[in-house]
Structure formats: structure tokens, C-alpha cells
Design a protein. Structure first.
Lengths: 226, 439
């Protein structure tokens, strides 16, 4: 599967489908068009620009949440990993299975509160080193593509963890649109080594000291040749 | 030896891509054509057997050992005050723990090896590095143990900005003679410039939601670095002003810098260096001399000494002019050699040996016989370091490995460049000295 860039990005400010005043969202508002996104401006990270989502985290190697769908299992009956999953109906949610990990109750509530006539839940899984947190920095999608971008941040110094240990995470992301998921055939995802705030931080322009490496202009007492 | 007209090195880079500068070790697996000349690692070891001359960096002013001992002692105390190596009870997060332990170990090593540096000035540089690394560890631990924050580090940066301003008001281009004024004040300026950059980084750091002890450590690393740079700048200046017969040299330096910038512009024009396009990509068939010539030409065209002069940075402008004059001289040398068909197109290990020997001997000669050692060293210590680096690359090839000569393109280019610049250093120093003496 070749990840491709979504052809348009939807704003998440207010109503679903509202067009973006977000950086990089130049283009028309007609659905399904092929507007090429401009290079996103490096605006500070705005958590409000990311769709509502919930995260599960566990020390298990196995999946944390999955749909027991026979068309999506390996021959040994284990759920397929890494295959992006969409939840589009209450019936699917009822069949959803969870591992016994942190965040399950919150995730269930999140799903119960989702109106599937106007929203789709995208399920994504990622491993993460135990001493780090993953952060969902950006989600973009079109009728045929979806792309998620994650950031990575160190957990606090008092979180006990061995540097090489890994956890599994699962992400439930509420896309504010009832997608025809059969048409979504291209998936992209990336993890940056930096936190969302660092990824989107504007270049440092502030230069508190602008002086050149020369004596100060008024240091003339000894500066003129005798 | 074959001259540049008789090229036979064709199609030999198959599978290797462009010339490779990365470590040559392990190159033997790369295929080369049957007709291609090769050398073995053993032969290369013989080529580099005679060590490069030792030309450590120094400033021509007495740096007291006792002063450096005191800095080292302070850093030892600072490192000892941190309860490292940390265990999982002190720092449960293993990624943070490992990082701080690594940096603590590095700081200890840097501090220990600083004593072995060949000159006080190089020792001072190692101690600045140790101070920076110590700052990282101490800052990270203080964030964990004592709640130190980015705001605390910024407050330290604000105080240092005040100290820097005060020094810049006190600083003047002094010297017992003009050359001393150039060399020592250029060194001071380098420290001040680094200090400004580090303080700017500290003062621009912002607390984020995801800020951890390592972010505080990084900010403290910058702050410690800035403190070391300013401390050494202050020290050098105080040593300078305490010398007998020292006097202000600002006007002399300004006039010399002005004349030298004009002189460089004239030389650039007469050698036609301002014409033509920049080199986009090296020609795979070019000889080492042709490659060196192109690089030198591009380097000289990128420089803008006028800007340095306009900023009033006279010692730096003079140092840059010295570099430019040595580079232009090297361009002329290489051009003449290529035009005369005397550029070596390496076809054997003997050619490699000749190219490397010429580089070493040119450097030894200018270091031993140069009329202006304080100015010469501005270039020669760097050339010696590059020579050592390239030698090191070649010596890493396993004795039994066979390497195509074409894979040594970049290394041979560097040798040719070292030789050509070294041969021009004396003239460049003389030109700078003349400009300084005119005042």
C-alpha cells in the first residue's frame, strides 16, 4: 500500500466539513475535488485542530482493540495487525473487542457518544517506546485517503520505564464526516521524533541579542588609538 | 605517474555512485572494473605512516596554567555534586536516566582528557566543552531533584546578558603589536559570537506542555556554554590589557582591514574569480587538482569580508582576508599546475604517496620557516587537522582490502588543497603584515 497525500484537508473548527482557516488549507470547499494543499505554514500546534480522539495503551504485544471480522483475520484467527479499521455503525461498536488495558472505559464512552450518521471512527495502532508518549498531531483525509501524523514526547522523569521496552497503543479518531470507507484505499501515517508542539513550532526568530561580536559602540575609552 | 591528459579512469564508479567520502573502511565489497587501478589498505597505511606535523591551535598570549586548573577544579566539584551514575530509584524514566548518565560519563572523559591538550588554548577549549556537558547533567538533575525550570535557566540567561553587555563596553582592540591585536581579538570575538548565539538560544527557550528534565538540561547546557565563552573572553582580554606596552590598535586594524578587503577584491578580479557559475556537481573524471581548484574557487566566491568589515569586526575581517588571500594563492598555484599539464591523475599507489607527501611537506615547510608564525597558524593548525583527518580515513581501510583509486577522489582532493593553501600561507601572512605595518 502506498500512502498518498490526501487531496484536501478538512477543518475541524466547529461544524464538520467547514473549510479551513487552518494553515495549508487553501482551496475550494467542493467535496471530492483535487485541490493541492499548499505547504503548511509553521504555525504553533493547536490541539483544537486535531479531531476528538481517545488512546489506549498497554504493555501487551497484541492488539488493544479490534473487530473480530472473519474477512479481516489471519488463518489462525488472530486479528490482522496494522490494517486500518473504520467504525461506521453502532453495530460494529457492539462487536468491538478490547484488551484489558488502560483507557478502555473512556474509549467505550467516546464511542457511545459518537453519532455515526455524521461521523466515522478511524482506528489506528502504533507501538511506542515505554518511556515516551505518542501524541496525535494531525489528521487529514479525503474521500479516498487518510493520513495521521504523530509526535513523540518523553514521559516524566518519575515514570518508571526501561528505555528499550515497548508498549502498544491504539487510537480511536472521530472523523467528523460519514465516510464511505470502501472508497478509502490509501493510508498514510508517520511518527516524528519531536512532540506536536515542537513539530509545529515556528522557527526561532527571536534574537534577544542582535549585536555583532564587536566592542560596544560606546566603548571608546580605550578603543581609539593613542 | 600519468599526467592529466591521459585519463583512464572511466566507468569505474559503477555501483558506487558519486565519490564517497564516508569512511572508506569496508569498501572492498564495491565492484570495480578489471582495468581499474587499486590500492590496498596496507599500502595506504604506508602512505600515511609519517605523521602530520603537530600544529595545535594557540593564542599568542600567556594563559596561566593555574587559571585553567581552577576552572577544571570547579568543574570537578560540579560533577561530583551530582549523584551520578543515576539509578532507577533516582530517575525512574530509563530514557532520561540513560541520557543523563551518558552525558555525565562524557563530561568526565572530556574533563580528564583536557589535561592532555597540547596548548593552554586547546585545553581551555576542552574545558569549555566539559563545562557545557556538566551544565547539561547538572541542569537535568536539578530539574528532577529540585524542580528547576526553563524559567530559572532563562533568568540565568538574563543575568549573563548583562555580563556580556558589560564586557562589550569594556572590550577594546588592544595589543602590544598589531598582529597580536588581530589574533587575540579575533579569538575573543569568536568567543563573544558563540556566547551571543548561546544566550540567544537560552532566552528564546519557552516552556512547553511536554517540557521534561532533558529540555531543562539542554537549556542549561547552552547557558553553561555561554558562561564558559564569556569567561574565557574576559580572561583573554584582561591578559591582553595587562601586558607591558599594550595600546589600542583599533584605528590601525580598521585601516588594515579596509586595505585588505580592497586587496582581496582586486585579486579576485584579476584572477577572474568573480566570473562564471558555481560548480553544481563534481565531474567524475576530474583530477584531484581540478576538484580542489573548483572547491577553492567556490569557497572564495562565497565569502563576504565586506560585511564583516562594515560591522566593525576588524580583527575578524583581517583573519578572513588572510584566509581569502591564501585561497586565491592556492587557486593560482593549481591553475598554473593544471595548465602546465602537471596535475597528477593518480594511477598508482605511488601517485597517492606523492600527493600526500607534497601536502605534508608543504605544511611542514610553512610551519617551520614561515616569517609570521602567529598569522600562519590561523591557517596551518586547521590544515594540519584536515591532514590528520584524511590520513585517519585512509588508515581505516583494512590491510587486505583493495580500494579503487577513484574512491579516493575526495581524500586526494583534500591533500591537493592542503598543499596548495599551505604554499600560499606565507605570502598571505606577508600581505597582512604589510597592511598592518603601514599604520
Amino acid at each position: 500500500m502506498v500512502p498518498s497525500k490526501p487531496t484536501r484537508r478538512r477543518a475541524l473548527l466547529g461544524a464538520a466539513g467547514a473549510l479551513a482557516a487552518l494553515a495549508g488549507c487553501s482551496g475550494s470547499d467542493s467535496a471530492g475535488d483535487d485541490v493541492t494543499p499548499t505547504e503548511p505554514a509553521r504555525e504553533p500546534f493547536d490541539p483544537e485542530s486535531v479531531p476528538p480522539h481517545r488512546r489506549l495503551r498497554g504493555t501487551t504485544d497484541g492488539p488493544l482493540v479490534w473487530l473480530p471480522d472473519e474477512t479481516r483475520t489471519e488463518t489462525n484467527g488472530e486479528p490482522r495487525r496494522r490494517r486500518p479499521t473504520f467504525l461506521t455503525s453502532r453495530e460494529q461498536v457492539d462487536r468491538l473487542r478490547f484488551a484489558d488495558v488502560e483507557g478502555v472505559e473512556t474509549a467505550r464512552t467516546f464511542l457511545e457518544e459518537t453519532a455515526f450518521d455524521s461521523a466515522t471512527v478511524f482506528l489506528e495502532r502504533f507501538p511506542v517506546r515505554r518511556c515516551y508518549e505518542l501524541q496525535l498531531c494531525d489528521v487529514s483525509w479525503s474521500a479516498t485517503d487518510i493520513d495521521t501524523q504523530f509526535g513523540r514526547a518523553l514521559r516524566d522523569a518519575d515514570v518508571a520505564c526501561e528505555p528499550d521496552a515497548r508498549d502498544s497503543t491504539a487510537w480511536l479518531v472521530r472523523i467528523p464526516e460519514a465516510l464511505d470507507t470502501d472508497r478509502v484505499t490509501s493510508y498514510g501515517s508517520g511518527v516524528s521524533g519531536s512532540s506536536c508542539g515542537e513539530r509545529r513550532r515556528p522557527p526561532e526568530r527571536e534574537q534577544p541579542i542582535t549585536a555583532d561580536a564587536v566592542p560596544a559602540p560606546n566603548s571608546t575609552a580605550e578603543g581609539d588609538d593613542a | 605517474m600519468r599526467e592529466s591528459t591521459g585519463r583512464t579512469r572511466r566507468g569505474i564508479l559503477a555501483g558506487a555512485g558519486a565519490a564517497v567520502t564516508a569512511s572508506l573502511a569496508g569498501c572492498s565489497g564495491v565492484p570495480f572494473g578489471d582495468d581499474e587501478a587499486t590500492v590496498t589498505g596496507e599500502q595506504l597505511s604506508e602512505v600515511v605512516e609519517e605523521s602530520p606535523p603537530s600544529i595545535p591551535d594557540r593564542v599568542p598570549i600567556g594563559i596561566e596554567a593555574s587559571s585553567l586548573d581552577e576552572v577544571a577544579s570547579d568543574l570537578e566539584s560540579a560533577l561530583a555534586s551530582v549523584p551520578a551514575p543515576f539509578d532507577d530509584a533516582q530517575i525512574p524514566n530509563g530514557a532520561i536516566r540513560d541520557q543523563l548518565n551518558r552525558e555525565w560519563e562524557t563530561a568526565r572523559e572530556t574533563l580528564a582528557s583536557a589535561d592532555e591538550e597540547p596548548t593552554p588554548w586547546e585545553r581551555a577549549g576542552s574545558l569549555r566543552r566539559a563545562r557545557r556537558e556538566t551544565g547539561y547533567v547538572a541542569g537535568g538533575w536539578a530539574a528532577i531533584d529540585d524542580g528547576r525550570t526553563i524559567a530559572d535557566v532563562r533568568a540565568g540567561g538574563e543575568a549573563l546578558r548583562g555580563d556580556l553587555d558589560e564586557f562589550r563596553r569594556r572590550w577594546a582592540y588592544l595589543g602590544t603589536d598589531a598582529i597580536e591585536a588581530v589574533v587575540v581579538n579575533a579569538a575573543i570575538a569568536g568567543l563573544v559570537r558563540s556566547c551571543i548565539g548561546d544566550v540567544n538560544r537560552v532566552l528564546s527557550t519557552r516552556e512547553r506542555e511536554s517540557t521534561t528534565a532533558l529540555d531543562v538540561a539542554e537549556a542549561d547546557e547552552r547557558l553553561a556554554s555561554a558562561r564558559g565563552e564569556l569567561g574565557d573572553a574576559v580572561y583573554l582580554f584582561d591578559r591582553l590589557r595587562g601586558r607591558d606596552a599594550v595600546r589600542p590598535r583599533r584605528d590601525a586594524l580598521a585601516a588594515a582591514a579596509d586595505a585588505l578587503v580592497d586587496g582581496v577584491a582586486e585579486r579576485r578580479a584579476t584572477t577572474g574569480l568573480d566570473e562564471g557559475v558555481f560548480t553544481a556537481e563534481a565531474d567524475r573524471e576530474a583530477t584531484p587538482a581540478e576538484r580542489a581548484l573548483r572547491d577553492l574557487r567556490d569557497d572564495i566566491r562565497r565569502g563576504d569580508i565586506g560585511e564583516t568589515l562594515d560591522a566593525g569586526a576588524f580583527p575578524q575581517a583581517i583573519v578572513e582576508a588572510h584566509d581569502a588571500l591564501a585561497t586565491i594563492g592556492a587557486v593560482e598555484t593549481l591553475r598554473a599546475r593544471i595548465d602546465a599539464g602537471e596535475a597528477i591523475d593518480p594511477a598508482s599507489v605511488e601517485d597517492v604517496d606523492t600527493i600526500r607527501t607534497r601536502a605534508r611537506e608543504a605544511l611542514v615547510a610553512v610551519h617551520a620557516d614561515g616569517a609570521y608564525p602567529r598569522l600562519d597558524r590561523l591557517q596551518t593548525h586547521r590544515l594540519a587537522a584536515v591532514l590528520g583527518y584524511v590520513d585517519d580515513e585512509l588508515s581505516h581501510v583494512d590491510a587486505d582490502d583493495e580500494v579503487a583509486l577513484s574512491r579516493l577522489n575526495w581524500e586526494l582532493r583534500d591533500y591537493v588543497r592542503i598543499e596548495a593553501v599551505a604554499r600560499s600561507v606565507d605570502d598571505a601572512s606577508a600581505a597582512v603584515a604589510r597592511a598592518l605595518e603601514r599604520e
